[in-house]
Structure formats: structure tokens, C-alpha cells
Design a protein around this ligand. Sequence first.
Ligand SMILES: [Zn+2]
Length: 407
Amino acid sequence: MTDDFSGRRRCDSFGRRIQWSNPVGWRGVRRLILLTMFIVGVTRVSNAQSQKLTFRSLSPIDAHAHSFNAASEFYALLDRLNLRILNICVVDKYERGYEEAAPQHAKALEIFHGSHGRAAWCSTFDPQDWESPGFADRTIQGLDKTFQDGAIAVKIYKSIGMELKSKDGKYLMLDNPVFAPLLEFIAEHNRTLVAHIAEPSAAWKPLDPASPHYSYYKANPDWHMYLHPERPSKEAILAARDRMVKQHPKLRVVGAHLGSMEDDVDQIARRFDALPNFAVDTAARVPDLMLQPREKVRAFLIKYQDRVLYATDLVSMPWDKLAETMKHWEEEYARDWKFFATDETLTYDGHTVRGLALPAPGIRKLFHNNALSWIPGLSNSSRGGKSKAPSSGHLQTRPFFANVPCL
Ligand SMILES: [Zn+2]
């Protein structure tokens, strides 16, 4: 649109000069016509180029995945798609392979090197002993070691707010002062906090086969909050998360899974307006966007095009069937590309959806630039390099406008 508009305006301007006087002679007129044709041509070429954007051409970044199988097939997939990921460690004692942080850290580091830096990594900590003396110091020491090993972000998990309780029976919330020193440490070291706090609204409702989250809660009753009415409401958990984000304005916080506001982009918009250090990723919640009105979602993604990071939550574990897993990863990237970048029709889980056809600059930000600006360590961990710490010290309170190359 912008290109078209500026092209037409230039044409009008030349036309007027030609009509009112002819101080340059017919040779000059010819030059002006040729120049006009050149400008129109350039505009057309640039539109055509933007239409030819492909997933691969963007150097896409999946800002939220879990890959713990150091397989050459996985590295080949990253190369083939020209893809980088943020490989996220997380402690979930109900999920096989995620029970403890340390083995995941070791594997993520191995995969970082095996992928020649395409799989940057995000460390984590276990908040279970949060009431024991020295918790913050011990945790900081552990995180520091992961930073030295190249971790560029830290993940915190839904057990905070949904599960962990104090000895006197109160649920641990994210704005508890016990976390303040850790959060400041993360901010001081210019790392990003990836916050998976709360869950989809479906967790607080009876099982519904029509929900995209049905199979997860069917298989994971521990996280199905409907079965645990004594636990906090989603609103209370998100309110504590928001207070934490506000209390640490120099900390970049990426709310995983659309910040657990997956069923209403208006809720996300309200947080963006109030909290400049807050962004969200789309991990495992693209279907939730598909279920909302197309024009509303499209307008949201255009208005807040600096605040949403493309992500999938795809998983690859050593016991998974590798060929099937890689096929699934590739199909998911293809599906998501179709949804965000084209206006083609796609079907998902019985729903027929038309792609959003986002404008090219927004697509570049969603699939590439926003990950770099919100997780700046990604800039230093590109292919072949040794994992380096993000430059520390001068944090920006509005980091999403800084250091973003316009590609
Ligand atoms: Zn995840």
C-alpha cells in the first residue's frame, strides 16, 4: 500500500510539472517519462519481491521449541529450512524427560554445538524448594553457570501459581518477593525471561472435545484446574504475573503461549498497552488464533507487530520416532506459514480457516526480527559461533525498537 501510494504521488507530481510549463524541452520531458516509468517499475519489482517471501528466505526463528534428541536429521532439518530455534528447558515433574533441569541443560548445550548455533538455548531452575534458606543465592549461582555456558534466556513455569504452596498452605505466585533477586539477576545479565504462567482457559472448564486443548487436559489431570477448585483462578495468576512484569521494568518478559491469553487478543493488547517490557510467543496457540475472528486477529497482529514472536512448542525427544517427528515439525511450519503469510484456505481440526495474509514487514517481524530484539542473545549465537553472552549492562526499557535490522 505504502509503495503504491508513494509511487502514484510521484507520478502526479511529474504530471503537473509537465502540464504547466515546459522549461526542460521535449528531451527533458522524455527523460522525465523514462524516470517515471523507472520508479513505477521499481515499485512493482519491490511489491513482487515482497510477495515472493518464503519461510526459508526469512531466516525464520522458532522462539519456543523443545529439542532434546541430538540427531543429525534434526540438524539437517534446521539447515534445510534455514531455521533457528530457542531450545527451552523446563522442569515439569509430570513429563518424562523434564523432571530435572541439569540433564536438560547438558543436552541443550550439546545440541547448540551440534547444530552449529542454530539451536540457541534457554535454561531454567526448579522452584520447588523456594522456602528453604539460601534459595535465591543457590538459584542465581545455577543460572550464572548456564549463562557462562551460553544460555540466552530463562524459563519459568506454570507450577508457580498453579501448584506450589507455602508451608502454611498459600499458593506461590510470581510476584512473591522470593523471586525478585533472580529476576533482577536475569535483567542485569541481559537475558530474557520466558514466562509460561497459567494455562489456557480450557484448564478451568470441564473437558470439551471441541477445544484445541482437550487431549492435553484429558492426558494431564494434574494440570486440569477444573478438577482442583481449591487452586487459584486464572485471573489471579495472571494478575500476579502482570504485577511482576511491572515491578521489573528492565526485565524483558516473553509470555509463552500468547501469555495464556489465548482466547482473546484484546486481553493481550491491554497488557501490551500497559507493560512495555512484555511480549508474547505463539507457541502451541496458533489454533487459538485461528478460532478468533480473522479480521480482529489480523488487525491485532498488525497493530502490535513488534510484540509477537513466532513459536511452535514442537518437541523432539530421544524416544520419539525421529522420521515421524521431523515430518511433523516440517508440516507444522508449513501450516503456520500458510496461516500467517497467505490468504489460502486451510483446515485444522475440522475448522476451515482463511490465512491472514499479513503484510510483508509484519511477517518479517513475526518470523525473525522480533525474536532478535526480545531475545538479543540470538544475535550472538548464530551458525558456527561459540555461544557468547549477550552484551550486558545497558538495558533498554523499550528493547523491541532497538537493534532490529530491516531485512
Ligand atoms: Zn513449551
